[in-house]
Design a protein around this ligand. Structure first.
Ligand code: ADP
Ligand code: MG
Length: 450
């Protein structure tokens, strides 16, 4: 059975990518086959649900491929392992009042609008939302930390506040601490100055859920990283839940110590993807309902929301701002919200999201990313460390602009269109087989879309 599953699992790695494999396939086990039904055990209900929804077919196919006589899958959740019991602290009783008193100013205030109810779920944020819900439900810690990452305005802070609000509503006595990385840093420095570092440490180490937002900001700050690392480890050891957000994946944060990177990667790393049309429309509809209550009597013509969802693709914050302005403006001038009013009122936003990405933008970004000179990127050198980034830039130019191959060739130092085509193909191949390359390309693409 073990052998069969190992082989199926290997096949699946190629199919789903190594990141997904680590997160979803590796935790599974095949325990037996009963009259054509593969018995699969999962460690948690969350993993079970997710795997059934997203990987059931792939798993079945892989098992059949390696010769397992099965037709169906049956998933079972393993008996729960208890989370590590909190370490008994002799001075817990005396520490408590101090923490209680200090708590209100420790946690940053929550935005009351950032709740799960107000969060619109779509394909790009489905997993992040499900994981956040799971954390808010409490119970044994299933992944630690939960690491949420993605570009600006895609809902990271919203989800973290929603977790905090949800936990506080369910269990008002639970200690939930939400801080930006900057606040964490500030308080640490303050504690150093006021010689209250012990209190500072105790404060963190007695929370149940710690959330640190925008953790990329502690990169390069050595003593803060050190303290963060210790706090982090102490909480994980006690089975406390940690939620972290950043604007990029742990491995991509420059000047972050390797041991911290690898600790951050130990849990569930979830990526909030750029919004798609459906999600943007969903968000616009939900915000419109909210605005309607506020601006009673305003009507919005059909087609306006669809138009905005098509045209404003940068991020949710801009989308929200546009809608807010539209309502405010319409109520001020006493007009209905139609296409004319929209064009007038949002001319600047529409124009800036119209801005075309140039090949030059792409080349600059790629050169910067790989830390090579722009002149080399478009020049004639053939060493791999330059030739590969050059092909990445060619690939992105083909994918992200409407330029033809000969045009792209001209901007890459007068190269032939077949050279460009070769470069594009090469990167396509590499993306399919090399996870690192696929990540690089995705990261660059996201940076260019921002
Ligand atoms: P980030 O922290 O990722 O930069 P935020 O959480 O601050 O982004 O989100 C920016 C704005 O967009 C907030 O007002 C938030 O409520 C809104 N927003 C983002 N994603 C969604 C969503 N899926 N549904 C509803 N509102 C969203
Ligand atoms: Mg944020």
């Amino acid at each position: 059975m073990k052998n069969l599953w190992d082989r199926a699992s290997n096949t699946l790695r190629d199919r789903v990518g190594s990141n997904n494999h680590t997160a979803w396939i590796a935790p599974l086990d095949l325990t037996g086959i009963d009259s054509g039904e593969a018995q699969i055990v999962t460690p948690t209900r969350f993993i079970s649900d997710w795997v059934q929804r997203h990987y059931a077919d792939a798993i079945r196919d892989a098992l059949i491929e390696v010769g397992a006589p099965i037709a169906r899958l049956n998933f079972r959740v393993a008996a729960p392992r208890r989370a590590a019991a909190p370490r008994k602290q002799a001075d817990a009783a005396s520490a408590t009042p101090l923490i209680r008193a200090a708590e209100p100013e420790m946690s940053a205030p929550l935005d009351a609008r950032f709740t799960f109810d107000n969060f619109v779920v779509g394909k790009p944020n489905e997993l992040a939302h499900a994981a956040a819900r799971r954390v808010a439900e409490g119970g044994p810690v299933t992944f630690n930390p939960l690491f949420l990452y993605g570009g600006v305005g895609l809902g990271k802070t919203h989800l973290m506040h929603a977790i905090a609000a949800d936990i506080r509503a369910r269990r008002p006595e639970a200690r939930v601490l939400y801080l930006s990385a900057e606040q964490f840093m500030y308080r640490f420095v303050q504690a150093l100055r006021e010689r209250t570092v012990m209190d500072f440490k105790e404060m963190f180490r007695t929370v149940e859920v710690l959330m640190v937002d925008d953790v990329q900001f502690i990169a390069g700050k050595e003593s803060t990283q050190e303290e963060f690392f210790h706090t982090f480890n102490a909480l994980v050891d006690q089975g406390k839940q940690i939620v972290i957000s950043a604007d990029r994946a742990p491995g991509e944060i420059k000047d972050l110590e390797d041991r911290i990177k690898s600790r951050l990667q130990c849990g569930l790393v979830v990526d909030l993807h750029p919004t798609d049309y459906e999600l943007r429309l969903g968000i616009l509809q939900s915000k419109t309902d909210a605005f309607r209550a506020q601006y009673a009597g305003l009507c919005i013509e059909p087609g306006v929301l669809e138009f905005l969802a098509h045209r404003i693709t940068s991020n949710v914050r801009v989308l929200e701002g546009a809608l807010q302005r539209l309502f405010a403006f319409a109520s001020l001038v006493g007009r209905k919200i139609d296409m004319d009013l929209t064009q007038d009122c949002l001319a600047d936003i529409l124009r800036s999201s119209d801005r075309k990405l140039s090949i030059e933008d792409i080349q600059r970004k790629v050169a910067e990313h790989y830390n090579i000179k722009l002149a080399d990127l478009v020049g004639q050198k053939r060493v791999r460390t330059i030739a590969r980034p050059r092909q990445v830039a060619m690939y992105l130019a083909k994918q992200m602009t409407t330029r033809s191959l000969p045009e792209i060739g001209r901007r890459f130092g007068g190269r032939d269109h077949t050279t460009i085509m070769h470069g594009v193909r090469k990167i396509e191949e590499l993306c399919a087989e090399d996870y690192g390359m696929a990540e690089d390309v995705q990261l660059l693409r996201r940076a260019l879309e921002a």
